[in-house]
Design a protein around this ligand. Structure first.
Ligand SMILES: CSCCC(=O)C(=O)COP(=O)(O)O
Ligand SMILES: [Zn+2]
Length: 209
């Protein structure tokens, strides 16, 4: 029996909304079908209470395959999901959320990457090393989203990241994985790491750390 991937996306969005990571209409989630096309959240939907008609099915060339609501539009950030799926053909799900911590962390980094602390949780992102040196690539939040997507494609073609995540400055984090369940875990883990980083930087300021 084939399960509708939209159910995974609805459950994930409800959970991320409850965490404060998909407040209002923020964020977008997608998952791929066997033919390579993917269901993505329609633009501007309230993310705490999605239903199956709040998704649009898109081909890897960006064309619409299925649109349950004739007046709905694909997520304004569909080009970023396309950039991820085209850069990593093995990716089956791509989740993007907006947390306060992700935004603050993106302001801590001056360059084009955010260094992550060498903590145990990195294993949850696939990094099994002693004292790992890991960073998340950081992109500029251009108003024109396809310009962000273009930069993602260019950067990843040359240097794919060690962890399946990217950060857009003052905007939010995007992860990808080989299943919706794994993408759900990756969001929880990167958000834990961002919370850790912000707590640590606050503790240093408070001279307690
Ligand atoms: C308040 S959300 C602003 C747009 C955005 O960054 C986002 O993630 C949601 O856009 P969508 O078109 O997917 O609803
Ligand atoms: Zn966004």
């Amino acid at each position: 029996m084939s399960v509708d991937l939209r159910t995974d996306l609805i459950v994930a969005a409800k959970h991320f909304y409850a965490q404060g990571w998909m407040v209002g209409t923020a964020g977008n989630l997608s998952a791929r079908l066997d033919d390579g096309s993917f269901w993505i959240t329609a633009s501007g939907r309230q993310k705490g209470n999605l239903t199956e008609t709040d998704f649009i099915r898109i081909n890897l060339d960006g064309t619409i395959v299925e649109q349950p609501h004739p007046d709905s539009r694909p997520s304004a950030e569909t080009s970023i999901h396309l950039a991820v799926y085209n850069s990593f053909p093995e990716a089956q799900a791509c989740y993007h959320v907006h947390s306060v911590e992700a935004n603050l962390v993106s302001r801590l980094a001056a360059g084009d990457a955010v260094s992550l602390p060498a903590i145990e949780m990195l294993k949850g992102l696939g990094v099994w090393e002693e004292n790992p040196q890991v960073s998340i690539p950081l992109f500029t939040n251009y108003l024109e989203v396809p310009k962000i997507a273009q930069e993602i494609c260019e950067v990843f073609a040359i240097s794919p990241p060690k962890v399946p995540a990217l950060l857009i400055r003052d905007h939010g984090v995007t992860v990808w994985a080989n299943s919706p369940a794994a993408a759900y875990n990756y969001i929880e883990i990167v958000e834990y790491i961002f919370r850790y980083m912000m707590t640590a930087s606050q503790s240093i300021l408070d001279d307690k750390f």
